[in-house]
Structure formats: C-alpha cells, structure tokens
Design a protein around this ligand. Structure first.
Ligand code: HEC
Length: 169
C-alpha cells in the first residue's frame, strides 16, 4: 500500500515538474515576471538615452561656446592687402553717409548701436579690430556675414567700416 502511494506521488510530482518546465499553468506568472523585467530594462534604456542626449547637448553647448570665441579664420594677408588698397583708393570718404549705409545694410544683424549680435554677429561696440580688418570683412564677408563687394561701392565700404568705429564705447 505504501509503495503504491509513493509511486503515485512520484508520478504526480514528475508531471507537475514537467508542466512547470513548459508552458501551461505557471506561464501566466512567468510572463508577468518577464514583462516586469523587460519594463525595468526599458526604463534603464530610456534613462541611458536621456543621459546620452544630455551629454550630446553638453557637447553642442561647449562647441558653440568655442565657436563664439572664434567663429571663423582671420582674414588672410591677401584680403588685408586688398583692404589696404581700398582704403588708399577711397581717400577722403567724408562725403559718403556711412551712418545711413550702416542703417540700410548692417542693422539687421548688428543693430543700430552695433551690439544686437543677431546671427552670431560680433558686437561692434566692443570691437577692437583695425580699419583694414573691418574693410576686409565688409568687402569679403566672414562667417554668416555676407560680402558687400557686389552691394556697396568701394568708397561706401570704407565709409561704412569707418562708421562702425564710431560705435565703440
Ligand atoms: C547677416 C548678418 C550680418 C550683416 C547684415 C552684417 N554683419 Fe557684420 N558681422 C556678422 C557676423 C556673423 C560677424 C562675425 C563674423 C565672424 O567673425 O565670424 C560680423 C562681424 C563684423 C565685423 C567685425 C567685428 C569684429 O570685431 O571682429 C564688422 C566690422 C562688421 N561685421 C561690420 C558690418 C557692416 C559694416 C555691415 C553692413 C555693411 C555688416 N557688418 C552687416 C553678421 C552680419
């Protein structure tokens, strides 16, 4: 009698073990465990993504900070030589209204006082560059500032560059 009980209980146990190893019965529970696990994995992943996102934002911020210091290469020697010639050729420009030219062409980025700094424009009220550099920059353009060689006459370019010097404090 005892032996029969032992055998039957053994059989029942093996059946139970076989079932739990496979899908039936316990599958619901294991699924719940699995989904809980995967959701925590997902959370971790979104956290990671957020982290990398903020890191890349930081990288961009530091890059733009660098860019603010020196956006573009300085004017080349040839460009400065050209500017020198333009200044010499223009001679006396007191008959050209540099202020009016500035208002018409430059205030969209630099503002009336030169300190608007739209589109990464340099603050002209704090500018320390010489007339040659200013003329070269207006004539050839630099960074986001377009060239004015096709828009203004040579004399006008020198006059407006001279006018920017009056904006300094
Ligand atoms: C589209 C916007 C824009 C307009 C319009 C513009 N500028 Fe600029 N300007 C800039 C930017 C941007 C810089 C900085 C360039 C750089 O160094 O990368 C700059 C720089 C300058 C500088 C050099 C300042 C320094 O200290 O380095 C001068 C001078 C200047 N501009 C004069 C003028 C004059 C004069 C005009 C009109 C004829 C004018 N700009 C129109 C955007 C503009």
């Amino acid at each position: 009698m005892k032996k029969i009980l032992l055998y039957t209980s053994l059989i029942v146990m093996t059946i139970l073990i076989a079932c739990s190893g496979d899908k039936p019965q316990s599958s619901g529970a294991s699924k719940a465990v699995k989904s809980a696990k995967s959701s925590s994995v997902e959370k971790k992943e979104t956290y990671k993504m957020k982290k990398t996102e903020s890191e890349s934002k930081k990288a961009v911020a530091s890059k733009s900070a660098e860019a603010e210091e020196d956006q573009t290469e300085p004017m080349t020697k040839e460009q400065l030589n050209k500017a020198k010639k333009l200044i010499k050729k223009a001679g006396d420009v007191s008959d050209v209204d540099g202020k009016k030219l500035f208002k018409m062409n430059c205030t969209s980025c630099h503002g009336l006082k030169g300190n608007l700094k739209i589109n990464g424009a340099k603050d002209l009220s704090k500018s320390k560059i010489n007339l040659e550099n200013a003329v070269a920059q207006v004539y050839f353009g630099k960074g986001l500032m377009t060239s004015y060689s096709q828009i203004l006459s040579e004399k006008e370019i020198v006059a407006v560059a001279k006018y920017t010097e009056t904006l300094r404090r």
